[in-house]
Design a protein around this ligand. Structure first.
Ligand code: ADP
Length: 477
């Protein structure tokens, strides 16, 4: 099997390889990927530092052309890359192709942004002086990504970093190096100068930690667990560097008595269980008012019975496997905790066998949960959701906001009054009305509040906030 190398200073290097295993069929090796050492990470950072002066002054047409070429190649190869994604991460093929298209759209968007770089010109409060406000790249950016969106999250961090003139050291999650390798290969062949983008695949505790400990990274953008996010924050403060964190969620979805039942059930099934519940925007707390509670639970349970859990590549599969053994153990532990806490298991709860050995788990629904239970407070990151019964809208809003997290929140209602009130008063970064809590656009800000996020928003033109620094210049006329 060919070894996929790391890219350091424009050269494909590395000898030690680890196997990338398919969670739908653990007998299948997806590919062999090099693992970087801490020294490799240091070499990559030095290369990115050396490449920064030239890249930061490169022409906007060059940046535009490279990002556009990348977008075009990703789109042209969407079936092949989508299949790779489904094989290494386990989301279904349609979901994986959708994510691949999304990443092409992100590169395309930032190809356009490269041509739209702009500043402001203002008069000074003093006569005969002009003031210019410009944005400049910040330097070498460390990018650390999780396994759940193996192509979209790298895209939405790498594209703006390069668009605004930064150089990059990129460490993808250990479980999903394939899509990351593929987009780095595409960007490299699209004409990026040596050292502008470096790929260091490998362990978080080794490669990631070496990035955290480097004095030469001007910024780190991180998506992953709250625990690692805190380490990124502490190390970044130590090194006086900019950082941006996207971490967990425990997203509520409120269902009111006046909801359209079909809309509410579709939104809840999608939010809770699609992509195997492995989305930081997944909804795992379904907060339902008394009048619709029993009808909603019955209809959602019927819907769950129709969802097929199977190999990610099989036509007709709605829910692919859990990503790995460790995540499956976390999910089943939480299912046991939910039972011990007194929630009622309304559907699922069991691991299942399919033709090939894989990490298959039934979509699992608890009812009679309270918002104080651990299954309602801690992020599970699997296909497990709980229904919390509430009296009315006011109680629903209070329960929705009673969480350490604040990424996204949804409401199913036909009341304009309640929808409007919820949009204003939800303590989440993103609010969805009659829609799933997951599934966001690529041209508008993404991010949360409270323990879910730290720093400025990702995606769309708001990404400039993190990837640039503002300069104010005064000139005597
Ligand atoms: P998860 O539990 O979902 O895998 P992690 O926060 O552990 O979430 O992983 C997210 C990313 O952070 C991965 O790329 C992982 O390798 C990386 N990572 C893990 N530990 C560290 C660390 N100590 N320093 C830097 N990066 C790390």
């Amino acid at each position: 099997m060919t070894l996929h190398h790391n890219l350091i200073a424009g050269e494909w290097v590395g000898s030690n390889g680890v196997e990338n295993i398919n969670p739908s069929n653990t007998n299948e090796v997806v590919g062999l990927y090099a693992t970087a050492s801490a020294d490799d990470a240091k070499t990559a950072i030095a290369a990115a530092k050396a490449a920064f002066p030239a890249w930061s002054r490169s022409g906007i047409l060059e940046r535009h052309a490279i990002l556009k070429k990348t977008a075009d190649e990703i789109l042209a190869r969407k079936e092949e890359l989508g299949k790779l994604l489904a094989r290494e991460e386990g989301k279904t093929l349609p979901e994986a192709i959708g994510e691949t298209i999304r990443s092409a759209q992100i590169f395309d968007f930032f190809a356009g942004e490269a041509l739209r770089l702009a500043g402001e010109v203002l008069p000074s409060v003093c006569l005969n002086i002009g003031v210019e406000i410009t944005r400049e790249p910040i330097g070498v950016i460390g990018i650390i990504t999780p396994w759940n969106f193996p192509i979209a999250i790298p895209a939405w961090k790498i594209a703006p970093a390069l668009c605004y003139g930064n150089t990059v050291v990129f460490k993808p999650a250990e479980l999903v190096p394939g899509c990351s390798w593929a987009i780095v290969d595409i960007l490299h062949r699209a004409g990026l100068p040596k050292g502008v983008l470096n790929l260091v695949m490998g362990k978080g505790s080794v490669v990631g930690q070496a990035m955290l400990d480097s004095p030469d990274l001007a910024g780190i953008t991180f998506t992953g667990s709250t625990g690692t996010g805190k380490r990124v924050a502490a190390a970044s403060i130590e090194h006086n560097r900019k950082f941006q964190l996207e971490m967990g969620g425990k997203n509520p979805m409120v269902v009111l008595d006046d909801a359209d039942l079909t809309v509410a059930v579709e939104a809840a099934a999608n939010s809770g269980f699609f992509s195997t519940g492995q989305r930081c925007t997944a909804s795992s707390r379904l907060i339902v008012t008394e009048g619709i509670h029993d009808k909603f639970v019955a209809a959602l349970t019927e819907k769950l019975k129709t969802l097929v859990v199977d190999d990610a590549l099989k036509a007709g599969t709605h829910i692919g496997p859990v990503v790995d053994e460790r995540q499956l153990a976390t999910d089943t532990d939480y299912i046991a905790i939910g039972k011990q806490e007194g929630a009622k298991l309304a559907f699922g709860g069991e691991t299942i066998k399919r033709d090939n050995p894989g990490f298959y788990l039934q979509p699992t629904l608890f009812t009679e949960a309270t918002n104080q239970m651990r299954i309602s407070r801690e992020e599970i990151f699997g296909p497990v959701a709980s229904v919390i019964r509430v009296k009315d809208y006011e109680e629903a809003l209070a329960v929705a906001n009673d969480t350490p997290f604040g990424l996204s929140a949804g409401i199913a209602t036909t009341s304009l009054k309640h929808a409007t009130h919820f949009k204003r008063n939800s303590e989440a970064g993103m609010v969805m009305v009659n829609l799933p809590t997951a599934g966001v656009d690529f041209h508008v800000p993404f991010g949360g509040r409270k323990a879910s996020s730290f720093g400025s928003r990702e995606q769309g033109k708001y990404a400039a906030e993190f990837f640039t620094v503002v300069k104010t210049a005064y000139t005597l006329a």
